[in-house]
Design a binder for this molecule. Structure first.
Ligand code: SF4
Length: 625
């Protein structure tokens, strides 16, 4: 009997309504673990690189991990993958919340959705019973409305729902999938793929208990961690101030993306960071499944000009920076409203803020005019336009129809030199971390399988000195502090080892904020938990190798889709001087950076020029199908 996982995935063809269960054996599970391991495997095997991402031939894969659903802080994640409509290659986005554990308790480690339904439908899975149900009455509804209706018509308030809103239905290239109204599979446009299949929602209810090898050991570690995390400033900071607790430090260090990455410090930072939120609009702290850290925020705003519904959560750091400093906005209430709207319409808050900031810079330089915007003045800091633009993008109205393409494709349509204000890698907009102050994040952006992504590896600024955080990753062989401005072989090696670890966390279903180095669960406890869950005698080495395998498979898929060495580069602005803030004048040296990319290829066992994994490397990783 499988321990820690269910051993079953569900394949649902929406074109003909066929539903079938497939078994996954222990060797498969221990090799791929879940998350991007599953997604890479099924994309490589089943989704031809020429497939149009929004056609019925694309497949939408929901993958939990072997640790998803352990009753321990951070063990709640799942990933959704497909060929991405935004990047044209490997697409994947992770989320927390409760949906992943619920799917496993309903009997499945993952879902593969194929084809396209003739009319809108939703899938309802209850303890192994699977139905495809009519969703005509839900199409066009926002997430809060749809969730209420699905729960009512199935007579169960505890159904967990992952769904799309109007942005997904309207195929916005960076539409996301949202579960429980506030946890987003944010990046690479997975909501658009779901919309292209006429699939509104996947509603799940599971009451089966997961089986573990040593449940007592798991509970012991869970109880220990629920006290221990408070002693660690990183995890206790997450509890106290949420993910935006570091915003003021970023601002002081000159790495807070401001006005479309022109500057690195924002004069209104103090008004929008986590402590200000806690002292003003914070209603409560919430957590994902079984998590004691509770870094999620719930806010309520009740102003004359603005109301924010706490049911849709509250903004995290990425959202605060993307609608805040990046657009020159210092109104936390308005940023919270932008977050609420994105959760209702299912828009990725990072790409949405970035697309708006891009449009603002175009407007300030006369490339977009009021004639194009229907009279909106898109200047940085103009509070009146952000919420309107979100609506217009989700509904594809006016200039929103062009901005819904993503900033790269929008710039191609707009012309007139708009391209110079685009900040994307592989067509995906940059997250809210300034690589000119931490070169390792530049490597993460350029080398990420999904386009610009900050969740590839822990950031260099965590490890600038000796101490507890550096000690926590010494078992990886990273023994000395990092200089954020170093881009030599040493930085590449440190980045690569950390990337293996974070890739493994993704595959196993573990939140990066719970274990070290960003969190405080020691690596040996993560190994103990995996052993206690599965009964396997796994080692840290095996886990890191699995992480490397996941990264190599997503690389292979990108190579097949035509995304190779030519796409592993940063937008030109990052090689130009920052215009403001503490790091004014700082830039990433381009030649040294491109040399570091080649060094990475060689360290990964990829061809040094083309970045294609060698046959020998594939054999070493057992990628032999
Ligand atoms: S640390 Fe935060 S995001 Fe991670 S599982 Fe806990 S509550 Fe969720």
């Amino acid at each position: 009997m499988p321990l820690g996982y269910t051993g079953k995935i569900l394949r649902i063809d929406l074109s003909d309504g066929n539903i079938k269960e497939e078994n996954i054996d222990q060797v498969f599970m221990r090799k791929y673990f879940g998350g991007k391991g599953f997604i890479g495997y099924y994309l490589l095997k089943e989704v031809h690189p020429d497939v149009d991402p929004l056609s019925p031939d694309n497949k939408l894969i929901f993958a939990t991990g072997v640790m998803t659903g352990l009753p321990v802080s951070g063990m709640c994640r799942y990933a959704v993958g497909a060929k991405s409509p935004l990047t044209g290659g490997y697409g994947q986005a992770e989320a927390g919340g409760w949906w992943g554990p619920e799917l496993k308790m309903a009997g499945y480690d993952g879902l593969i959705i194929e084809g396209k339904a003739e009319k809108p439908v939703y899938i309802y899975i209850k303890d192994g019973d699977v139905q495809i149900k009519d969703a005509s009455h839900l199409w066009g509804r926002t997430t809060d409305q749809a969730q209420k209706l699905i729960r009512e018509e199935n007579g169960d308030d505890r159904i967990r729902i992952a769904q799309i809103g109007p942005a997904g239905e309207n195929l916005v290239s960076y539409a996301c999938i949202v579960n429980e109204l506030k946890h987003a599979n944010g990046r690479t446009g997975m909501g658009a793929v779901m919309g292209s299949k006429n699939l509104k929602a996947i509603a799940v209810r599971g009451t089966q208990k997961l089986q573990f090898k040593d449940k007592e050991k798991i509970l012991d570690i869970a109880r220990w961690f629920s006290g221990y995390f408070k002693k660690n400033p990183l995890t206790y900071g997450l509890y106290n101030w949420g993910t935006s607790g570091g915003l003021m430090n970023f601002n002081k260090s000159g790495i807070l993306p401001t006005r479309n990455f022109r500057e690195g410090s924002f004069e209104g930072a103090e008004k929008i960071w986590g402590k200000t939120m806690a002292e003003t609009i914070l209603k409560k702290r919430e957590g994902c499944y079984a998590c004691a850290i509770r870094c999620k925020r719930v806010v309520e705003v009740d102003r004359e000009d603005l109301k924010v519904d706490p049911e849709l959560g509250g903004p995290e750091y990425e959202t605060i920076a993307s609608f805040g400093s990046l657009c020159g906005i210092d109104d936390l209430g308005l940023i919270s409203k932008a977050n609420e709207l994105c959760n209702k319409y299912t828009l990725d808050t990072i790409s949405t803020g970035m697309v708006i900031a891009f449009a603002m810079e175009c407007y300030e330089n006369g490339i977009i005019t009021e004639q194009d915007t229907g009279g909106l003045k898109l200047s940085f800091g103009n509070k009146d336009v952000v919420l309107k633009l979100i609506e217009m993008i989700a509904k594809r109205q006016g200039i929103g129809d062009i901005l819904a393409l993503g900033s790269k494709r929008a710039a191609e349509k707009i012309g007139k030199g708009a391209e110079q204000y685009v900040l994307t890698v592989k067509n995906q907009e940059l997250p809210m971390h300034e690589p000119r102050g931490k070169y390792g994040v530049g490597l993460a952006y350029a080398l990420s399988d999904t386009g610009a992504d900050h969740m590839q590896a822990a950031h260099d600024t965590l490890f600038t000195e000796e101490g507890e955080v550096l000690d926590s990753i010494k078992p990886l062989g990273i023994l000395e502090p990092m200089d954020p401005f170093d881009i030599t072989e040493k930085k590449v090696r440190d980045f690569m080892y950390l990337q293996f670890l974070w890739s493994f966390y993704n595959m196993a279903g573990i939140c990066d904020f719970a274990p070290v180095p960003r969190g405080s669960m020691p690596l040996e406890k993560v190994v103990d938990l995996m052993r206690a869950a599965t009964g396997w005698n796994v080692s840290l080495w095996e886990m890191l190798k699995a992480g490397e395998r996941g990264l190599t498979m997503s690389r292979l898929y990108n190579i097949r889709c035509g995304l190779g060495a030519g796409e592993d580069r940063l937008p030109s602005r990052l090689h130009q001087a920052l215009e403001g803030g503490t790091l004014k004048g700082q830039k990433i040296p381009e030649e040294e950076f491109m040399q570091a990319i080649k060094t990475y290829y060689a360290m990964m066992g990829w061809d040094k020029e083309t970045g294609i994994p060698t046959k020998e490397k594939l054999a070493e990783l057992g990628i032999d199908f």
